[in-house]
Every structure is written in structure tokens, then in C-alpha cells.
Design a protein around this ligand. Structure first.
Ligand code: SF4
Length: 488
């Protein structure tokens, strides 16, 4: 395996437009993304269409989440009491550094230098693998897609399919190079690739004495944690080792088992497009003689309390990480996940990351990484009004910059002045039509009679870096209308 990254992942990512440039120029990446998102979108639409009560289920999911968030402190206290009563130990972590300190301390106390992990976005959010590596502990990801990402020393680019940006041929090449014992004649047949991963992981499962997980839900009334996964690797991690450490965001709490029933219907259909989840593991504290005998729950805040205080922004905490919003997003489909500079890509990342990590450079740009088409809101199983949250966060980003002169603000003022008066608009259109005669760009096949400009000068340069611009038409619509009218 290639060397572990020592930097904390994602910190210091550049602004979205800059980060997206590379992806936009990568035809293969865009092809991989288009194929994968189209397939998942179709599966989801089919199984959601089977439920006549889907709208009611979404309403229920949203209502349960909102009611829980309204008294999150109370539900967390109940959860802590129940986990403790069942033999587990609860730790509270204000931020990433504190959570990493707690987990590395717990692992080191066992004397182990290797741990297995079932996919956990919370641990990726805090850069836990890197923190463990710095203390001499190797974390083995066991989810197939996470394993691919780890072997390639890469970063996940999708919530559900972290290696969505890689195709089978790339994975075959990676396994042949990185997995000990991979057959020399390995093909890119999915079954053959899965077999290589299965053999490699089985050795890790059988040797591991410590496992680290996240959780999809925490049921406060009994102190029960729930993990949904599709490969059985979670079941191995959650039952075989002696010590289990779960790192979970505080917003994953739900009050009762009755509430869980709603989410067990919403989540599989919205994420993998399945009617029922293949492997659902639930555990409550410690059971003598059965499963891990030492259980620790690390409750992670890391910016969630601040998000909770924002009346509109807090809706992001309803998220159950199904990834449906990514799969319908036209921006995500073109840029992929890395440009979002966070473990949470796509529309949910655009509203969650700026709230969890407001000081990062990428955060100010993320609310603008959207066409506001509303597709994300329509598919979200817990009805997060992402466009509304995006506009709210845009407003905050603009307010934060108020007072600083910018080319964009000057351009907007000029546009308002021009559009506010018909004569000024007409004059501007006449000037623009004159520029159509300049030999800018190349003749365009998409826009007959016009030219395709690759780069605009001055402040327009950034805008045209990833877009082609048509030259102005030789005649404005107003003039055409006037002339047509005169002819008739
Ligand atoms: S915002 Fe909604 S659609 Fe997107 S991942 Fe979260 S729950 Fe799923």
C-alpha cells in the first residue's frame, strides 16, 4: 500500500471555481460520473415510484428530525444515560482535534497498531486516519469503495460511492499494483475485482482486535446504534473485534425505535435504490460473550452546535447522507466531488461545509456552486430546502465581504444602471452589436452566424475560464422587432 497521508485531509482546499477547473477539463472523469449518477438516479426513481405514501414518509422524516433538533440536548442526555447503563462509555468531542485525541488514546491503550474501519463520514471529516497514522496506528478501510480510495492514496468524491470517479479498468490496474497476492491475469470483471478485495479484507477482519465505525442513527430511548451497509464488512467490524469505537455526529440522534422505522424506509430507497437495506447492524452497549466487550461512543460536535443556532442553516442537520441530491445535481455531475473541498460533496456539502468549517477558503464559494434548479430539494428524503439554505448562505457570504470593493459588485452596479432604463439598454445593445463585427473567437456551429469566444478580458476572464461565450448577435432583438414591424 502507498504511504499514508500525513496532512489532515481537505483542510486548505482552494475556492470551488478553482478546484473545479481540473475536473471540468477531464473528459474521462465526467464520463465516469455521468454513467454512475445516471444509473443510481434511475434505480432510485423506480423504487421511490413504487411507494404511494412517499410524500407522507418524507413529511414524517423531516418532522422527526426537526422535533429532535429542537431538543437535541435532551435526547443526547437520554442517549448517554442509556449507552452507559448498557455497559458502553460515552465521550464528548467539541471539535476534530479533541475527537482524534480521544480515539487515538483509546486505540493506543489497547496496545494495537492496526484497526479496521467501516465507512464513516464523521471520521473522514475529522481526519482520523491521518491522526492515527501520526501515532503509529494503521487504519484499514473495509468498505470496497473506501478501500479503493485508500489504496490509491486518493480522496472520496461521493457520499455513497466514494470511488465514483474511477472506472473498472483503473481499479483493476490499482489492485494489480497494490494488493498483495492479486492474480497476474486479473481482469476488470466486477466479480474478479470483488474477490481480490474479499481475500485481502478477510485477513484484516480476522486479525483485528479494534474496530472503528460511525453510525447512521442513534436511538436515544435504548442507547442503540444502527449501521446500514451493503457489503457485510460492517457486520464483520461491528461484531468480531474486542474493542469497538464509534465516532458519530450529534445530529444522528433520533428519539425512538418508532422513528427509526421511517428512516429505514427512506434511506435505502434514496441511496442505493433498494427497497430494503442488505445489512443492518444494531447494537446496544456491551453484551457479555457476544460481540465487542469494550464499547466507546464519541459524540462529535465539530461545528454542529453553531449550525443548530442558524434558523435556516440548521436544516442541513436533518441530512441522512443518502446522496440522492448529488446524483441529480447538474453541477456535481460535471465537477465530481473533490472540488467541494470536503468529505461532504454536492448540494449537501455546499450547505453543510460552510457551516461546519466557516473559516476555510472553500466555504465562502460553496453556496455559489449551484444553479438553484431545485432538483436536490425534490429528491431529498427529509425535505431539506437546499436552494433556500444556499441563498441564505450566499447572503451571509456577501455580507461578510461587504465594504470590500470587487469587480463583481462594480459589474452588478453597472448592469443595474443599464437595465433600469430602456434607452440606456438600447444603447448598450447597439454597442454590443458593433463588437459582433470584431474578429473575436472562431465561427460557432452552435450559434449560427456568431463566434465562439474562449476567453473574455478583464473581470470576465474568471467567468469564461470554464465556459465558452457566444459573440453578441449582429442585431438586437428590439431592433429586429422594430424592423420586422415596419416591413409588415
Ligand atoms: S441533503 Fe437530503 S438528499 Fe442530500 S444527502 Fe442529505 S438527506 Fe440525502
Amino acid at each position: 500500500m502507498s504511504g499514508e497521508r500525513t496532512d489532515v485531509v481537505w483542510l486548505g482546499s482552494p475556492a470551488f471555481p478553482k478546484a473545479a477547473e481540473k475536473a471540468l477539463a477531464d473528459d474521462r472523469l465526467r464520463g465516469n460520473l455521468r454513467n454512475a449518477t445516471t444509473t443510481i438516479r434511475g434505480k432510485r426513481a423506480r423504487v421511490v415510484g413504487e411507494r404511494p405514501d412517499w410524500a407522507e414518509l418524507r413529511d414524517a422524516g423531516a418532522a422527526i428530525k426537526d422535533a429532535t433538533l429542537a431538543d437535541l440536548a435532551g435526547h443526547l442526555e437520554r442517549l448517554e444515560a442509556e449507552v452507559t447503563a448498557a455497559g458502553g462509555t460515552v465521550h464528548w468531542a467539541r471539535d476534530a482535534a479533541e475527537a482524534n485525541r480521544i480515539v487515538t488514546g483509546l486505540v493506543k491503550a489497547t496496545g494495537e497498531t492496526e484497526v479496521v474501519k467501516v465507512k464513516s463520514m464523521a471520521t473522514q471529516e475529522i481526519g482520523l486516519n491521518e491522526a492515527l497514522a501520526a501515532e503509529g496506528v494503521t487504519a484499514h478501510e473495509t468498505d470496497l469503495a473506501e478501500l479503493i480510495v485508500q489504496l490509491a492514496d486518493d480522496r472520496p468524491s461521493h457520499i455513497l460511492v466514494p470511488a465514483i470517479h474511477r472506472n473498472r479498468a483503473e481499479i483493476r490496474e490499482l489492485f494489480a499494483r497494490q494488493v498483495p497476492g492479486a492474480p497476474a491475469d486479473l481482469t476488470d470483471d466486477p466479480a474478479a475485482l470483488a474477490e481480490v478485495a474479499r481475500r485481502y479484507l478477510r485477513e484484516r477482519f480476522l486479525a483485528a482486535r479494534v474496530a472503528i465505525s460511525g453510525a447512521n442513527f442513534m436511538v436515544a430511548e435504548t442507547g442503540t446504534l444502527v449501521v446500514l451497509e451493503s457489503e457485510g464488512n460492517g457486520r464483520m467490524c461491528l461484531t468480531l473485534p474486542e474493542t469497538l469505537i464509534s465516532v458519530v455526529g450529534i445530529e444522528k440522534t433520533i428519539p425512538t425505535w418508532r422513528d427509526l422505522e421511517v428512516f429505514l424506509q427512506l434511506l435505502p430507497r434514496s441511496s442505493t435504490g433498494e427497497r430494503m437495506n442488505p445489512y443492518t447492524t444494531v447494537w446496544t452497549g456491551v453484551t457479555p460473550g457476544d460481540g465487542p466487550q469494550d464499547f466507546h461512543l464519541v459524540l462529535l460536535d465539530n461545528g454542529r452546535t453553531e449550525a443548530l443556532a442558524d434558523e435556516i442553516g440548521r436544516s442541513a442537520l436533518r441530512c441522512i447522507r443518502c446522496s440522492a441530491c448529488l446524483n441529480v445535481c447538474p453541477v456535481y455531475e460535471r465537477t465530481g466531488g473533490h472540488a467541494y473541498g470536503s468529505v461532504y460533496p454536492g448540494p449537501i456539502g455546499a450547505i453543510l461545509t460552510p457551516q461546519l468549517r466557516p473559516d476555510e477558503e472553500v466555504s465562502a464559494s460553496l453556496p455559489f456552486a449551484s444553479s438553484l434548479c431545485g432538483a436536490c430539494y425534490e429528491v431529498c428524503p427529509v425535505k431539506i430546502d437546499i436552494p433556500r439554505a444556499l441563498i441564505h448562505l450566499r447572503e451571509k457570504a456577501v455580507d461578510a465581504k461587504r465594504g470590500h470593493p470587487s469587480a463583481e459588485r462594480a459589474a452588478m452596479k453597472l448592469a443595474a444602471w443599464t437595465l433600469g432604463n430602456p434607452r440606456r439598454l438600447s444603447a448598450a445593445q447597439n454597442v454590443a452589436s458593433l463588437t459582433a463585427r470584431l474578429p473575436l473567437g472562431r465561427p460557432s456551429r452552435t450559434w449560427p452566424g456568431r463566434r465562439r469566444i474562449k476567453r473574455l478580458p478583464g473581470p470576465g476572464r474568471a467567468w469564461s475560464r470554464t465556459r465558452d461565450v457566444p459573440s453578441p448577435p449582429p442585431q438586437s432583438f428590439r431592433r429586429w422587432w422594430r424592423e420586422e414591424g415596419e416591413e409588415q
